[in-house]
Design a protein. Structure first.
Ligand code: NAD
Length: 316
């Protein structure tokens, strides 16, 4: 079997995909790269790891050749809130990083998984039950890079036959690695603060609905898509996938069911609120269900119970 490479492997999504792929295939088969090596040291020490900038094509090419890589999970990117702060850097990393990966994949015959996002939609996209194929005119730099990335991946598939596949992830909720500067970070922080202080000050309005997914579902979605029979894939870049849609008020109510004294108040950050307002309230993910059997396992209640259980053990 060929090897697997993950870029941005120490981040929120990468650290969990890395853990699962190493469990399935063994640590030596799953090569990790990231620009930093100071977090998730267990992953750095457990198997092959390179501290490397994904835009360095020569280095990436050497790593892919040396480890006979067959699939690249390309996760290095700047997330929505950070991208709005540093738009030129976001363009450079999110698109030149992706182009570097696609070129190496084309030369060496590797498949590529690239996450897109609900950020690839914009204010003119239908907000409710957002379809798979619809208007995509995002107004954030993050969204601009995600739409361009979806098109670039499709281009490499149609033009060069590279096996590119992608998901439009909603906000990801994880108990392991803290979030990396996204608009949906509140939905993770709220659990930490609920346990630490019993209260949370939210940077989005209480009635802001967004799609979300618990990390075990996000990991399963990526791996299932890359294992799917290519003849069934009518879409490639990128599939809508969601597990739940909720607003901060609702999430607080579910937390209160476990921690009755929990309180939430609001101090709205206009930048992140504007980004959230331009994203769907709730997507439909019918194409993913039909073309490769996507089915989420965690709703808001199951996510809340599991996050509070795992974090309360860790924070003890
Ligand atoms: P993250 O910020 O937690 O991780 C990104 C990783 O990339 C970090 O470990 C960082 O050190 C690394 N990185 C940054 N610049 C790099 C460079 N030049 N070269 C190599 N590595 C570099 O982000 P994440 O949440 O794990 O997101 C991974 C992917 O999933 C991104 O494409 C993101 O847009 C997408 N996504 C995430 C979410 C979410 O809620 N977290 C939602 C939708 C889509």
């Amino acid at each position: 079997m060929k090897g697997i490479l993950i870029t941005g492997a120490l981040g929120q999504l990468g650290s969990e995909i890395a853990t699962e792929l190493r469990r399935l295939h063994g640590p030596d088969r799953v090569v990790l790269t990231d620009v930093r090596d100071t977090i998730n040291r267990d992953l750095v020490e457990e198997g092959p790891f390179y501290r490397s900038d994904v835009r360095d094509g020569a280095e990436l090419s050497r790593i892919v050749k040396k480890h006979r890589i067959g699939t690249i999970y390309h996760l290095a990117a700047l997330l929505s809130a950070t991208a709005e702060d540093r738009p030129q850097e976001a363009w450079d990393l999110n698109l030149n990083g992706l182009l570097t990966v696609l070129e190496v994949a084309r030369e060496q015959g590797a498949a590529v998984f690239t996450p897109s996002s609900i950020g690839a939609f914009g204010p003119t996209t239908p907000r409710d039950w957002t379809p798979q194929d619809t208007l995509q005119r995002p107004t954030s730099m993050y969204g601009v890079t995600k739409v361009a990335g979806e098109l670039l991946c499709d281009y490499y598939h149609f033009k060069y036959g590279v096996d590119t596949r992608g998901l439009r992830y909603p906000g990801l909720i994880s108990s392991k690695t803290p979030p990396g500067g996204g608009t949906t970070d509140y939905a993770v922080d709220i659990y930490y603060q609920a346990l630490r202080t019993g209260r949370y000050r939210c940077f989005l309005k209480g009635d802001t609905y967004l799609d979300m997914m618990y990390m075990p579902d996000a990991v399963r979605a990526a791996i299932s898509l890359m294992e799917a029979d290519p003849s069934r894939l009518r879409h490639r870049n990128a599939f809508n996938v969601t597990a739940m849609s909720f607003c901060p008020e609702e999430q607080a109510a579910y937390i209160r069911a476990c921690l009755p004294r929990f309180e939430i108040d609001y101090e709205v950050d206009p930048v992140r609120q504007a980004i959230a307002n331009s994203w769907p309230n709730a997507m439909e993910d019918y194409a993913a269900r039909v073309e490769w059997g996507w089915e989420p396992q965690y709703d808001l209640e199951a996510t809340t119970r599991d996050m509070l259980r795992v974090l309360s053990q860790r924070l003890e």
